[in-house]
Design a protein around this ligand. Structure first.
Ligand SMILES: C[S@@+](CC[C@H](N)C(=O)[O-])C[C@H]1O[C@@H](n2cnc3c(N)ncnc32)[C@H](O)[C@@H]1O
Length: 220
């Protein structure tokens, strides 16, 4: 297959950022604070956050789910896009990492929209389903432990309405998905998830090469 995608060298990436990124001061400061964190690379890129916010706006999303919040950058992007009536349920294991997010959510005026649930995300998603919230959500963003992506997908599929979106982060996994010599458990899990999504006729699908790969699935 011929490759018609542009490779982005640093110069072209800088151009893209300078000519399309609209990032508020509070988001930029949250990125700067997270940059000092030993796991900073887990944070999504600002241009990916902007794309996710635009997708949420495009479908008029008001209720969303996030699996994997870390220091809260992607949550901030989504919560802003949901508007004043919005509600975002965030799932994470770490009280410590998510507490970094809170003052930034407050400053941005979206803290009241965010319902942070600390604990294994599978339990939180099961609890939402048990409380009759199947089909209630417009959008879900999956960005936690890779081996559980299939479990998160099936639950988010049930929680999202028809026409809603399920977004998956890291679906190119630093390019490792295409390296036949890489059989690391996370690489194998992402590959299996990608293949499963390709075969799943219940969704419309695109894998966008932004950041570390963002898969967009639309529930039919
Ligand atoms: C890649 S980071 C999320 C990055 C975040 N979306 C952002 O843009 O800043 C993954 C997060 O998933 C959380 N996590 C890992 N395993 C989890 C689990 N089983 N349940 C809930 N959260 C989990 C980690 O604590 C971590 O904060």
């Amino acid at each position: 297959m011929s490759n018609r995608s542009l490779g982005l060298d640093d110069r072209l990436h800088s151009y893209l950022m300078e000519h399309s990124l609209r990032e508020s001061a509070v988001k930029r400061r949250l990125r700067e604070v997270t940059a000092a964190h030993e796991w900073a690379r887990m944070q999504i890129s600002p241009e990916q956050g902007q794309l996710m916010a635009l997708l949420a706006e495009l479908i008029g999303a008001q209720k969303a789910l996030e699996v994997g919040t870390f220091t809260g950058y992607s949550a901030l992007c989504l919560a802003e896009a949901l508007g004043p009536q919005g509600r975002l349920v965030c799932c994470d294991l770490s009280e410590e990492w998510t507490s970094i997010a809170k003052p930034f959510w407050e400053e941005a005026g979206v803290a009241g929209r965010i319902d942070l649930r600390i604990g294994p995300a599978i339990d939180t998603l099961d609890s939402l389903l048990a409380h009759g919230m199947g089909g209630d959500f417009d959008l879900a963003f999956i960005d936690a432990d890779k081996e559980n992506y299939p479990a998160y997908y099936e639950r988010c599929f049930d929680l999202v309405r028809e026409g809603g979106l399920i977004l998956f982060d890291n679906t190119l996994w630093y390019g490792r998905v295409a390296d036949p010599g890489d059989d690391d458990a996370d690489t194998v899990a992402i590959r299996a998830m990608n293949d499963r999504l390709l075969q799943d006729e219940r969704i419309g699908l695109s894998l966008v090469p932004i950041g570390d790969g963002l898969t967009i699935a639309r529930k039919r």
